[in-house]
Design a protein around this ligand. Sequence first.
Ligand code: GRF
Length: 217
Amino acid sequence: MAKLRLGVMISGSGTNLQALIDACKSADYPAEICVVISNRPKAKGLKRAQDAGIEAVALDHKEYADRASFEDAIHECLKEHRVQLVCLAGFMRILNPEFVNRWKDRMINIHPSLLPSYKGLHTHARAIEDGVRFGGCTIHYVRPEMDNGPIIMQTAIPIAADETEESLAAKTLAYEHQMYPAAVRMIAEGKARVSGNRVVFKDVELGNYGLISPIVS
Ligand code: GRF
């Protein structure tokens, strides 16, 4: 079967991109990365793409008159590479509703919190400050409102007594790297699809156990 054609959009280090690159190396993985786009020309993720022999494109938002023309350039690049699913992986620019709607149900994002809690930035520091028992990470379809949209996959991560923003970020990233390739696989295999405001699953084990913190003895 033909592989699902991915376009990955980044702004920085690209460790989630790397997880996708590594997954795509398996012959039986049902997706392939056709282009990586960064709005920051110096993003480390562009080098990761080049090293893997993937087309790496820098589209510097500062070189465009406005957001709409920047997004038109992204759109053209994605179309040129016949991208079927856009994966935002640490892409740090707000996207206009027009762009988001052009890719409706064909664009997903990863966010380092248990959405709908802690949208936006500094999610780990805010969660620790609030004393919530769980942080986490979420992969969701993108809708015009930031960090909003049908949820595909989440991990709940207990917050330790001595948790720091750095330690929680490191733990969370390790789960992100497991989730992103798994979520893309589900979509590519037709096992997860949008229905209204939710994602519905087919032939997927959803689990029925909980995480509890503090541990109850
Ligand atoms: C991750 O924490 C992701 O959840 C957020 O941006 C970060 C990207 O990290 N959207 P990386 O560039 O993939 O290392």
